[in-house]
Structure formats: C-alpha cells, structure tokens
Design a protein around this ligand. Structure first.
Ligand code: SF4
Length: 495
C-alpha cells in the first residue's frame, strides 16, 4: 500500500504544484511511512526529490521551494516489492530514448518476472529493485511516439495492482488497473476567487487546476472538489488548459480491495459512494448482531477500531468508553516493515486507562487481526490494568490468505488465521472470547454486492490468477533469477 497524488495547476495560480502535491500527500501519510518524494515539471524539464522518512521530514521547507513548476506527482511508500532503501523510494525517474518520465505507484505487480524478461538489457539496467522501477523502464523504453501510446502498448501486458500517477514534461496522467484494486480519484481545484465567474463556481473546465489522489481525504486537504473515481482500466490525462481526457486501455472488471474500506483508508475518505467512518460503524452494528456478549462496556482499539466499536455499542445497547490512550505520534503497528519493530510498536503506542478498565468486563473492538501479536499484547496490557474479562470482536473476517496486490501479508504462515482455529487464536491472544465479522456482515454493512470487491485474503478467490512465489516475491528483483524448472504456478482463480 502506498499513497499517490498528482497536481496540474493553471497559469497564474501563484502556487507551485509541488506544494499542492506535498500537502495532498500529507493526507495520505497513513498509506506509507517508509519514504516520500515529489517530481515536478516546469513544462520543459523534470526534477525529482525523494528520501527515506515521513512526508513532513522529506518534503519540508528546505526542499519544496526549489521544486518549481505547475505539474507535480508525489508518493509515499510502504514496500511490497523491494527493500526499504533510498533507491526504492518513489517517484521513480527515467530518461528514455523518446521521453523522460516519473512514476508513482500504489499496488503490486504479479508478473514482475515475466515483465523483466521483456526488458532490454534485463535487471542490470534497473537502478532500484521495485516493480515500479521495471514498469517505468518499460514505459520509457517503448518506441511509440507518445507516452499515451506507450501506455496502451505496455499496460495490457502488466498484471496485478497498479494505481499510477505519471509525469512527463506536459502532463500528469492517472492510471488504474482493470480490476481497480487500489483507489484513485480525480478532483478539481476551485478557481482563484478573482477568476470566479458565471455560470457556476467551477466555471469552464479548461481553466481549472486538477488533482489525482489515492483517497478523497487528499482532495479535501487541498480544497479540491471530488469529480469522480478514475475507472478501472482507464487512463486520465491532465494537461494545463485542457479538460481531463479519458482513454480506456482495458475493459473494467472491478475488484476494489475491500480491506481499503475495512481498515486501510482514512475514515473521512469516501469509496464506492460510502463514507468509510459510516461503513465501519455499520460493520460494528453487524458485528454486535452476529456476536453479542455480556459485558460492562465496549471500547475500541484506538484509533482504527473506533467507528466499529461505536456501531457495536449502538447495536448492543452497551455503553461506549475509551479504555486505552494512543500515542498519536507513533505510526500504525501493522505498517512497520519488520516483526521486531511491530512488537516494539504496541507498548510504546497504547496505554490502558486503569481507572476505566479495572474490574470491568470489556468488549474490545479491533478492525483486523493479521499476525495476532499486536492483539495479544493489547489483551495483556488490559489484563495487567485489572480488566475482569476481555472479549475481542473483530470487524473483519479472519485473514486466511496472503495478498499479492499491494498489502504486505505475503507469507501465509505469518497469518495466524491461516494456521490456527478461532479457539486457538483466542487462547494465543489470551482473550475470554473472540469472534470475527462474516463476509456477509461486511457486505450487509456496505450494502454493495460481493462482485464489486476483492475478498481474496478472506476467501482465497483471487480476481487475477496469482503466480504463487511467496519465498522471494517481495525481493524478487534482489534475488538470483530461478532456472526455467522453477516456474511459478497459479494458486487460485475467481469463480
Ligand atoms: Fe485487499 Fe485482501 Fe484483495 Fe489484497 S487480497 S487486495 S488485502 S482484499
């Protein structure tokens, strides 16, 4: 999972696109905390700055003013292919025989090895070890006269998840894979007050600034109006003085990652017409209907469990309390890149309120259990603080299968539900009871059909056949290439 943002500003806006893009990206920090970067164009030349670290430390007032131009893309990274090293930070940049481009990518490709075989000169030509670097090289190398033609030639060969923002000298281009695994939205910046004219606040489309963002929260922070989602299988071209242009490169077979709605995306974002706070609150309502329990009150695992806990309390009639305080300056536990960091993360991040939990029977609502180690520590902290009973309720189904589309749960043995029954997990985390929301419950909360989403980590029905290569998938471009007899095989297909 990563965050991407793109901006094209009109002439006379008085603002640099890099600043708008960095601000938009700041609303997407939760999507990736390993590195950040921005690429800009002044209409003639591309410039790039990227580094390891959080957005506010990488794109600060020392760096941004030197990045001038009215076109920009920005990216924050959470690695799913390649190590956390400077070279792998994005946007990528490549000067090809016909064009210079920069690319920001959210998602993960599943036929990287096959694509590598089609790159002239092979891996030796890649300065980084990400699937994005490879895709950038393929696009920069393509002999077509224009980048849009190159996209139309290259993208049909690319499989997996990709929501892209691409920058060349004159354009910012948004792309979403045919399944639309990762979100990408188009927004319109308001005209400067002095330019506002009738009819309508938004005036003529050709005068506006345009932005692309992984989530609608990125539009809100820069004051842009949501226009629409970039459709699965669509290319959207943003160019100064032009209305956005839409080009379809593949038929849409939508399979948006349902985990975006359950957990990853911000609660103030909207997806599929649903506000995610409300969607998660309704998941909590369903959870209480499916798995009631006698208790004194309902509390969330802060902050992400809060909407579902509110729904659980509302539906069950139990009071809602805050039973733990979260250090708001620590990152998400799940998103830390190593197990050692994840384990350290929990206790520095969460502290129980002893006066609230002592002697009480608690319903503790969380939005997911991935490896189980975080939940185990939370239950232990609550017991140590004097809780009489701890009943864990999860507003997502058990995660049985790895994700190959951009979430780093790729090793099946890391997933506790893949190797343990629910009673075994309950015992492992030390809870008095444990229950998960069903897939049916998720859909009832969303009031949307199953066919619209990817549920593969819950039910193993992968929308796109996946070459199962768990051993070296993430570090594929850092490992020796296999012999032909080691060909990957598909694990599952949808339907
Ligand atoms: Fe999302 Fe799970 Fe599908 Fe991955 S496998 S895209 S996390 S629903």
């Amino acid at each position: 999972m990563c965050g991407v943002f793109g901006a094209v500003l009109p002439a006379g806006s008085g603002v640099e696109a890099a600043q708008v893009a960095a601000l938009g990206l700041f609303a997407l920090q939760h999507r990736g905390q390993e590195s950040a970067g921005v690429a800009v164009s002044d209409g003639e030349q591309l410039m790039l700055y990227k580094d390891l670290g959080l957005i506010s430390s990488v794109l600060d007032e020392r760096r941004l003013p030197s990045l001038r131009g009215r076109l920009a893309i920005a990216h924050c990274r959470y690695s799913t292919t390649g190590s956390t090293i400077w070279e792998n930070a994005q946007p990528t940049f490549r000067m090809g025989p016909r064009r210079a481009i920069a690319v920001g990518h959210n998602g993960n490709l599943i036929n990287t090895r096959e694509l590598l075989a089609s790159l002239r000169g092979g891996r030796a030509r890649l300065p980084a070890s990400t699937d994005t670097e490879l895709l950038t090289a393929l696009l920069a190398d393509d002999p077509s006269a224009d980048l849009i033609e190159s996209l139309q030639r290259v993208l049909p060969k690319v499989r997996g998840a990709y929501s892209l923002v691409i920058l060349d000298e004159r354009r910012v281009i948004g792309v979403r894979d045919p399944f639309g695994f990762r979100p990408l939205v188009l927004g319109r910046l308001p005209l400067d007050a002095s330019q506002t004219r009738e009819p309508g606040f938004w005036g003529d489309d050709t005068d506006h600034g345009w932005v692309l963002s992984s989530e609608t929260a990125g539009l809100d922070i820069v004051g842009a109006e949501y226009v629409r989602d970039v459709e699965p299988g669509e290319i959207v071209v943003l160019q100064e003085g032009h209305a956005p242009q839409s080009i379809r490169f593949a038929e849409a077979t939508p399979a948006l990652c349902v985990f975006e709605l359950i957990y990853f995306a911000r609660p103030d974002s909207y997806m599929e017409g649903r506000n995610l706070y409300e969607a998660r609150r309704k998941m909590g309502v369903q959870l209480a209907l499916e798995h009631p329990v006698e208790a004194d009150f309902v509390m969330p695992v802060p902050d992400t469990g809060a909407p579902a806990a509110a729904g659980y309390a509302e539906s069950s009639g139990l009071p809602y309390r805050e039973g733990m305080v979260r250090n708001r300056y620590s990152g998400r536990t799940f998103i830390q890149p190593s197990q050692a960091m994840r384990q350290r993360g929990v206790s520095v991040k969460l502290n129980p309120l002893r006066e609230v939990v002592r002697g009480r029977r608690l319903v503790v609502v969380d939005d997911s259990i991935v490896r189980g180690t975080t939940t185990k520590q939370i239950v232990a902290l609550l017991r140590k603080a004097g809780a009489a009973e701890v009943h864990v309720r999860v507003s997502a189904p058990p995660i049985f299968h790895p994700c190959f589309y951009g979430i780093d749960t790729q090793i099946e043995t890391e997933l506790i539900a893949a190797t343990h029954t629910v009673p075994e997990i309950r015992d492992f985390i030390g809870a008095d009871s444990l229950a998960y929301l069903s897939i049916r419950g998720v859909l009832a909360a969303l009031e949307l059909p199953y066919e619209q989403f990817c549920f593969a980590c819950f039910d193993g029905r992968y929308p796109d056949p996946v070459p199962y290569d768990a051993e070296n998938h993430k570090f594929l471009l850092e490992e020796p290439l296999p012999s032909p007899s080691d060909e990957p095989h598909a694990v599952a297909t949808r339907g």
